[in-house]
Design a binder for this molecule. Structure first.
Ligand SMILES: [Zn+2]
Length: 146
């Protein structure tokens, strides 16, 4: 689950104060998407507190538009992203461009293949991810020269 926040450190502080956030949680900077993200697990769910580091960034723009911080999107882990997208599209969904990569539909990110829908469920954006197998992760890292 990804939250759009104005200040990842401040948001993490609040989570850590009221909930059992692992004490070794750090905030990572992602240069490509220009986000600062605090990532931790609560109850087996991955939480991402996402802060744009530029005023026109994905999360800053979203906060400006809706007027407050909050739940930005839920990423659903799937076994087969092509099948998940085919199903969603058969149900009338349309795909959304990935702002960071400028790609529509399934494409590689560091952790796996991802795709975004233009459609929302309960006002929350939908993202799909097919996490790489060990072998696919190695291929991705070789390809990216990581
Ligand atoms: Zn992307």
């Amino acid at each position: 689950m990804a939250f759009g926040v104005k200040d990842a450190a401040k948001a993490l502080e609040a989570y850590a104060r009221f909930l059992h956030v692992p004490s070794d949680t750090t905030i990572e900077f992602f240069p490509k998407s220009k986000n600062r993200v605090a990532l931790f697990y609560l109850g087996g769910i991955e939480y991402q507190l996402c802060e744009s580091t530029v005023p026109d960034g994905r999360f800053a723009t979203w906060i400006d538009e809706r007027g407050s911080e909050g739940l930005h999107h839920i990423c659903y882990e799937v076994d087969d992203i092509d099948a998940a997208l085919a199903h969603a599209e058969a149900q009338g969904a349309t795909l959304r461009i990935c702002q960071a990569c400028q790609v529509v539909g399934s494409h590689p990110h560091p952790e796996g293949w991802v795709a975004f829908l233009d459609d929302e469920a309960g006002g929350i954006e939908i993202e799909f991810m097919q996490v790489y197998t060990e072998e696919q992760l190695k291929e991705y890292e070789d390809f990216k020269g990581i």
